[in-house]
Design a protein around this ligand. Structure first.
Ligand SMILES: Cc1cc2nc3c(=O)[nH]c(=O)nc-3n(C[C@H](O)[C@H](O)[C@H](O)COP(=O)(O)OP(=O)(O)OC[C@H]3O[C@@H](n4cnc5c(N)ncnc54)[C@H](O)[C@@H]3O)c2cc1C
Length: 344
């Protein structure tokens, strides 16, 4: 997304940018996403949620997101909803197919199946594919984000941020096709007893659940539910619907009594039936990346800008470190900023 946004903004400012796209389609992970572009309600909330991120980067995201969303509408895309459905966040939801179409049109020259060689704005979506492969985790993202932007920036002397091992994680019931990434995600850890393969309690999940997924030993765990938990709402569905979605893609769902260990006593397991769902950590995108400033300039280890090099989206680290935020918001805000800085 960030590359398309940067090109659209650059074109608006009178430049003739080219977007080099390694994949066979435009839109990257954005096209596969739920399309909710959001921010925390205030900078203080953002700081509390992502305490190890760079405050200057976070501030600019909070300050500029609403204007950036209005800019999207000027390009010709209406949101499908003007709220996120989550009281902790503010934002809008888009149809990602329509959003991709509008951005490609605004970007102008988008060349598919052409990896970049030189770039003014790095926007390759981080290195989630490589991280998933190296750690033996599932991928829940477009298949092209191998870390080419990171490698290019590092080769030019860029520094890397903290949190290079962190990722935005979602629990999946097993390997699923990209059309199932949203529907099959098991997003109810807060209602479940989360256990490792020896029956040890992995603790409570934060509201976004990306934290607990990163704590799955060996990338896998069990979500154990009782009858009350199955009735809980999750967005427009219930936990029981999500368990059905796991079954539908061949996931392992069994009576919890059949687990190969003794269930620990828990206030989460009161009302039968008790159901266990096997879940695996899916990597959506990396959180660490190239060090940038709040003008999207790539920085070296001394904090000096690397000449003519900018980064946006998941290639830029240091925004969500230690927590979770909207990768689409970062791609949108910093894609625009990168184009503006590059042209200046
Ligand atoms: C299932 C799912 C649901 C999600 N839901 C949400 C949500 O609701 N809200 C939210 O904020 N975020 C969500 N996300 C995350 C969001 O999609 C990403 O944070 C966002 O797309 C990151 O933007 P980006 O520009 O960095 O990467 P991308 O959008 O992935 O774009 C990177 C592009 O770079 C291309 N590329 C890679 N290497 C090269 C190369 N060498 N040369 C040229 N091109 C290259 C890729 O093919 C890709 O097209 C979701 C993601 C998924 C997968």
């Amino acid at each position: 997304m960030a590359g398309l946004v940067a090109a659209a903004r650059a074109r608006e400012l009178g430049a003739a940018p080219v977007v080099f796209e390694k994949g066979n389609r435009a839109g990257g992970s954005m096209l596969l996403s739920s399309g909710v572009i959001w921010r925390h309600r205030s900078l203080d909330d953002f700081r509390a949620e992502c305490p190890d991120g760079d405050p200057a980067l976070q501030a600019r995201l909070v300050e500029e997101l609403d204007d950036a969303l209005d800019w999207l509408e000027q390009l010709g895309i209406e949101p499908v909803r003007r709220e996120t459905g989550n009281l902790l966040t503010v934002g809008r939801r888009y149809d990602t197919g329509a959003l991709t179409e509008v951005l490609v049109r605004a970007a102008g020259d988008v060349r598919l199946r052409e990896p970049f060689h030189e770039a003014e704005v790095l926007a390759t979506g981080g290195f989630g594919v490589r991280l998933a492969r190296e750690r033996g985790l599932l991928l829940r993202a477009a298949p092209w984000s191998e870390g080419d932007g990171l490698a290019h920036g590092s080769g030019r002397g860029a520094a890397q941020t903290a949190g290079m091992g962190e990722f935005y994680g979602r629990a999946l019931p097993g390997p699923v096709g990209e059309g199932e990434y949203v529907r099959a995600s098991q997003l109810y850890a807060r209602h479940a007893l989360v256990l490792d393969d020896d029956g040890r309690d992995l603790g409570e999940a934060a509201w976004h659940e990306s934290d607990i997924v990163q704590r799955f030993p060996g990338g896998r765990a069990w979500y154990v539910l009782d009858g009350r938990a199955l009735r809980q709402p999750v967005r427009e569905r219930t936990v029981a619907d999500l368990v059905d979605a796991a079954r539908a893609v061949g996931g392992e769902v069994r009576p919890a009594e059949q687990l190969p260990f003794q269930l620990p006593a828990s206030e989460k397991l009161v009302e039968p039936p008790f159901v266990a769902v096997r879940v695996y950590a899916g990597v959506t995108h990396t959180i660490g990346g190239l060090r940038v400033d709040d003008r999207a300039r790539v920085l070296d280890g001394e904090g000096t800008p690397v000449p003519d090099l900018h980064a946006a989206g998941a290639d830029a680290g240091g925004i969500f470190t230690g927590g979770y935020g909207s990768g689409l918001a970062s791609a949108l805000v910093y894609g625009r900023v990168a184009a503006e800085t590059a042209l200046r």
